[in-house]
Design a protein around this ligand. Structure first.
Ligand SMILES: [Zn+2]
Ligand SMILES: [Zn+2]
Length: 128
């Protein structure tokens, strides 16, 4: 798909996978809004898997930082207050820097590894 503007066609990179359309839409909207009232002449979004992952984390971080909830008793990843799955301290992990809490499943940490992070540092997506 090509986006048409008042000045013609907005050149942009093409999504290379089947699962990053949300990242593309958010990134394109961000670049258009940031350039307003000028229309960007082109929008190039990196398609490499690692860079796409960084963009995805950036979008998630922006949305989460703008979300209204108490990070002391809500998961800073999914925004829910009640624990996902089993209730218990071991299903939560706290960032060593900002002290935001996260469900371990939301940040992809197996339950068996949580004790290890309690003895060392664990940094959330905002603090990495
Ligand atoms: Zn969560
Ligand atoms: Zn943090």
């Amino acid at each position: 798909m090509q986006w048409k503007t008042a000045n013609g066609v907005l050149n942009h990179s093409i999504q290379q996978d089947g699962c990053s359309c949300g990242v593309y839409v958010m990134q394109m909207a961000k670049e258009v809004v940031e350039a307003f009232p000028v229309t960007p002449s082109e929008i190039m979004i990196p398609s490499r898997k690692r860079l796409m992952s960084e963009l995805r984390e950036g979008v998630a971080g922006t949305i989460l930082e703008a979300s209204v909830f108490n990070p002391k008793d809500h998961c800073s990843f999914c925004g829910q207050e009640s624990p996902v799955g089993r209730v218990g301290r071991n299903t939560w992990i706290q960032c060593s820097t900002c002290e935001r809490w996260h469900h371990s499943v939301c940040v992809n940490i197996p339950k068996r590894d949580i004790r290890k992070f309690k003895k060392t540092l664990w940094l959330c997506v905002f603090c990495r």
